[in-house]
Ligand binder design. Sequence first.
Ligand code: ZN
Ligand code: ZN
Length: 264
Amino acid sequence: MNIFPGLDFIDTHTHLDIPPLSEDQPGAISRAEKAGVCQVITIGIDLASSKKSLELAEQFPQVFAAVGIHPHDAKGASDEVYKELLELAVIPNVVAWGEIGLDFVKEYSPRDIQREVFRQQIQMAGQVDLPIIIHNRDAHVETVEILREEAAGTLRGVMHCFSGDVKVAKQVLDLGLFISVTGVVTFPKAEVVKEVVRYVPLERLLIETDSPFLSPVPYRGKPNEPARVVHVAKEIARIKEVPLEEIARCTSANARDLFRLPAP
Ligand SMILES: [Zn+2]
Ligand SMILES: [Zn+2]
């Protein structure tokens, strides 16, 4: 039973294949449904997790998959891996290419390899006509630069777990992308993200958990799961002074539009 009758939320970014979420996927999905979260997109970080994402999408009607190589795993990319990803990408339950991008905080892969693998995947997503899910940490300038060079005018996608300021948000919106917000927006000290939410028009906002990471208040520090995307929506409603119903309706319409999801 949906505890918010008539409302439906979409968690546009979860990792159902990462522990502890991977230990009880049916439980996480049924708790999400009870909370009004009717659809979720589970994200690939490398070839193995892309395959798992697709398996989950085939197992659960509420789940859709994204396939791709995370910047952390960029060093594992090869022509063989690209070929397999391209084969997965055309399967109907795959709704996005991601997550891809640049992570200059952890640098598990060298920066030049991250750049190359990011560019390559933007092009492949274009070939198979999938929107991209972009991960970017401490690499705002370069991420925007690469996006401009690779796909000016043809870009469809989202900057996930947005961590830039209003200036970066404007650049991302100018590229035609959506901006997606996680539970970080509920943290009392996350003034910059709250400011971004105030700035971005509702027509360009998406919500996500990035679970099992980034649990929102009041679950901060505990493992996260798709049901908690509702707390992200509530905080956006508070900041924008718009009813929760409107946030649910609009962010779900945006997600269905971008990822071409069926009605639930
Ligand atoms: Zn990410
Ligand atoms: Zn992620």
